[in-house]
Each structure stands twice: as C-alpha cells, then as structure tokens.
Design a protein around this ligand. Sequence first.
Ligand code: FE2
Length: 126
Amino acid sequence: MSIDKAEKEKLGFTHCEAGKLLAEQWHVPPDLAEVIEFHHSIQSATNARALVSLVHLSDLLCRVRDLGYGYYEVMGIDFAGDSAWAALVEAYPKLEDIDLARLSLDIEGAMGEVVALVDAVFSVKT
Ligand SMILES: [Fe+2]
C-alpha cells in the first residue's frame, strides 16, 4: 500500500494535504507550497512543475534506497517512464541527452556518502 493511501485510510488525510495547510499558515512561497502539495501528483502542479518534478524524483530515489522515515515500502523506479522526468525534460530539453543508466550508476556510487549525510542530519543524539 502506498504511503498516501495508508495515510488517507488511517488518518483521513495525506501528508500533502497537511503540508498544504501548514504552508498556507506559514505563508511559504508559492513554489515551495506547490512542491509540498503536489510532489506525489505532479500533474496537478501548475506554476512550478519542474521543481515539483525534481522533488518527486528525489523523493522516489530516497524511498527506493530506503531513506524514507517511519515506514517501509517495496518499489522500483523507472525514471524514463516517470511523468516527472518527462516534465523535467520538457522544461530543460538538454536533459534528454542524459544517459539514465549512467546516471543510475553514478547515483549508486554516491549512495554511501548520501546515506552518511542523511544519517548525520537526521540521527538523534541522546
Ligand atoms: Fe511525500
């Protein structure tokens, strides 16, 4: 079950819906508010679709590498087939030249550093 579906079923709302309310209360800049609200539904983004797409893909990378927090999910990524990648390429046509297989290898090679960074940022010292 996806995190969104589980949230909706158990809580009655998703983290995107809760984030939207907080963004409004905190007067977050519109582009960031759009990212918060639509990073799992990029087709709904209107003004900041490229940024929303970038965060969506980053979120997928984190989740597939088990860098999510508080839950576990089984999933894979198909960058080339993801509508967020298509939206990024539409906004930045030079991205079409990127070798996604090579990019995946580069990301894989950097995962040790990424995990160490994430652990350093999010670990709680008691
Ligand atoms: Fe999310």
